[in-house]
Design a binder for this molecule. Structure first.
Ligand code: TYD
Length: 205
């Protein structure tokens, strides 16, 4: 049986990561592997309920981090580990790097609290590779506005919030030992896809 890999995509709202999920899934299938495409917060029935709360109901910062990690624990135990155990690949739209970026970078949650929760919830699991779609917050905001759907609680945050989130993502990429691949998400969809294809080929050469 082939060995499953755990892949995540990250980036600030509007960076365009979700547009590239299907491409990544097909690149994985082209290698002959099964792939489970999933997302956070969410990915399980309970996780989707927690997602609706996290995205819509105002809550205190530590509560927000706990909700993200509660949804993550369900996701890990019920979806991610079983899929990897079967030899499938898992492709998740966000994982713990998002908590580091949004809750620590954006909201000011201490990194020590994040690390404690991370150790509790997934002590033995990290993504094998993460593709971080990096874009300046002004361009990301324009892209998001063009989608013309009701913004959620995070999407309504000010540009300064997204600058902090972006910086936290980039800091984490720098200290990830090569796990996090930063993709320049400026330019057309095709241009970004080419960059992603190169990064994917490099990660799984
Ligand atoms: P997102 O993944 O961007 O979905 P959509 O494309 O449907 O808007 O939305 C999830 C939001 O949740 C996003 O604003 C980031 C936020 N989030 C956190 O703040 N912390 C986390 O740990 C996770 C997983 C997401």
């Amino acid at each position: 049986m082939s060995t499953g890999r755990f892949i995540t995509v990250e980036g600030i709202d509007g960076a365009g990561k979700s547009s590239h999920l299907e491409y990544l899934a097909s690149a994985i299938r082209a290698r002959g592997a099964g792939v489970v495409v999933t997302r956070e917060p969410g990915g399980t029935p309970l996780g989707e309920k927690l997602r609706a709360m996290a995205l819509n109901d105002p809550m205190e910062g530590t509560t927000e981090a706990l909700v993200m990690f509660a949804a993550r624990r369900e996701h890990l135990v019920r979806v991610i580990e079983p899929a990897l155990g079967r030899g499938d690949w898992v492709l998740s739209d966000r994982f713990s790097d998002a908590t580091y970026a949004y809750q620590c970078g954006g909201r000011g949650l201490p990194a020590s609290v994040f690390e404690t929760l991370e150790r509790l919830v997934h002590p033995d699991r990290q993504p094998d590779a993460t593709f971080l779609f990096d874009l300046d917050p002004a361009t990301a905001y324009e892209r998001q506005r063009a989608q013309s759907r009701d913004p959620d609680r995070f999407e309504r945050e000010a540009a300064e919030f997204f600058r902090r989130v972006r910086d936290a993502y980039l800091d984490r990429a720098r200290s990830s030992g090569g796990r996090i691949h930063v993709i320049d998400a400026s330019g057309t969809l095709d241009t970004v896809r080419d960059r992603l294809a190169r990064a994917f080929a490099k990660a799984f050469a």
